[in-house]
Design a protein around this ligand. Structure first.
Ligand code: ADP
Ligand code: MG
Length: 387
């Protein structure tokens, strides 16, 4: 991929596709993480002496229709404060104009007809807004849309922004020729949403650790009764296949030996630790137990590279956070290169202030899952073709 950091753009207009899709409530931004992640790229472009036009989507408006609740105006204001300058909002393509040193944000790209279908005419118009098109929205790289893929293909010069480069390099360190042993930790709610990830990673990893609802399905596949736990009976056969494949390949796949159970998933419930063979019929598994925590820590001690996606339990509800937090602390203190991806796993790491101690925290949930599934992401493929 051609990299923005290497380009001389003094006096030029740079168009940057970013992921500024922040959560909002009544016009107020409730979490500005994505804006903060995007800022270094904007600053880099301004410092290089360019004029900057930013493109992003926000929420899911009806395409082609303006709707105030999906306007990027609050984002422009927030960006302006962070940059110490005015960031104007261009409501249509004809109003996009910047001089070097200025920064403008185009209204929600999903207000424009043709974005979702990757309409080549819209893609060309977006590419033609400037001299250089920078794709920096890793979180949207798995979607082939006009602003994410089409414009990259049509721009005079197209390149990857620093955030995009960091993401691709971090996952590259896991997926291509990693320092071994390589471990993957896959937790979260459902096997069904991560079956592709499990199967692809199984081809590469030396250690596979499962947690959360996913582990429950594996326990059921082992013949254990999982009571009223979240699990997927339909995927028991798949779980068995995965276990067999791991065995054939010599990949370690330790399963929980004890779990924390409760009658219901609610704050303040008392968790009861039981052996996996003794889950009561009227209770649900909501976390891994302390022996499992120790077992996983021991297996992971060897690992030189780790990729983690998905919590070990229902960590949002105390006391069922313990297994996930213990694992997060182990990973934070480990000397392995640790990549964390997935909305909820990243939220957990941030909640317990461990993000700085990880090797890399991904900004893209869906996009990172597709990378782990071994898929080519359309925006990355386009950037590679343009290099
Ligand atoms: P990520 O966003 O990190 O990819 P997922 O979206 O797959 O993770 O799963 C996260 C969700 O799974 C969390 O909301 C968590 O509470 C839930 N979860 C994990 N383990 C359990 C469990 N044993 N029972 C119920 N919910 C669980
Ligand atoms: Mg999630």
């Amino acid at each position: 991929m051609k990299k923005f950091v290497d380009l001389d753009v003094r006096g030029k207009t740079v168009v940057i596709r970013q992921d500024l899709n922040v959560p909002m409530k009544n016009g107020t931004i409730t979490n500005d993480k994505r804006i903060r992640a995007a800022l270094p790229t904007v600053k880099m472009a301004l410092e290089k002496g360019a004029g900057v036009i930013l493109i992003s989507h926000l929420g899911r408006p009806v395409e082609g229709e303006y709707a105030e609740e999906f306007s990027l105006k609050p984002v422009a204001e927030h960006l302006g404060k962070a940059l110490g300058m005015t960031v104007s909002v261009a409501k249509d393509l004809a109003s996009c104009h910047v001089k070097p040193g200025q920064c403008q944000l185009l209204e929600n790209i999903r207000f424009f007809k043709g974005e979702k279908k990757n309409d080549p005419a819209l893609a060309k118009q977006l590419a033609d807004l400037g001299d250089v098109y920078v794709m920096d929205a890793f979180g949207t790289a798995h979607r082939a849309q006009a602003s994410t893929e089409g414009a990259v293909r049509q721009a005079k010069i197209a390149c990857a922004g620093p955030l995009m480069v960091n993401e691709v390099e971090a996952f590259g360190r896991v997926l291509n020729d990693p320092k071994r042993p390589l471990a993957a930790i896959i937790g979260g709610a459902k096997v069904s949403t991560k079956l592709g990830v499990l199967n692809n990673l199984l081809e590469k990893v030396d250690i596979l650790i499962v947690g959360g609802g996913i582990a429950n399905t594996f326990l059921a596949a082992m013949g254990y009764s999982v009571g009223t736990s979240l699990y997927e009976p339909d995927l028991i056969e798949e779980a068995k296949k995965i276990m067999q494949k791991a065995k054939d390949k010599g990949c370690q796949l330790p399963l929980p030996v004890d779990v924390v159970t409760a009658k219901e998933l609610a704050q303040g419930q008392k968790g009861t630790e039981v052996d996996v063979a003794h889950v009561p019929a009227d209770a649900m598994i909501l976390d891994i137990g302390s022996q499992t925590e120790a077992l996983y820590a021991k297996v992971l001690k060897e690992a030189q590279t780790v990729v983690w996606n998905g919590p070990m339990g229902a960590f949002e509800t105390e006391p069922f956070h313990k297994g996930t937090v213990a694992l997060a602390r182990d990973l934070a203190n480990s000397q392995a290169f640790v990549v964390v991806g997935g909305g909820d796993s990243v939220a957990c790491v941030e909640k317990y202030d461990l993000a700085d101690k990880m090797g890399y925290i991904s900004t893209g949930g869906g996009a990172s899952l597709e990378l782990l599934e071994g898929k080519q992401l359309p925006a990355i493929a386009a950037l590679e073709d343009r290099s």
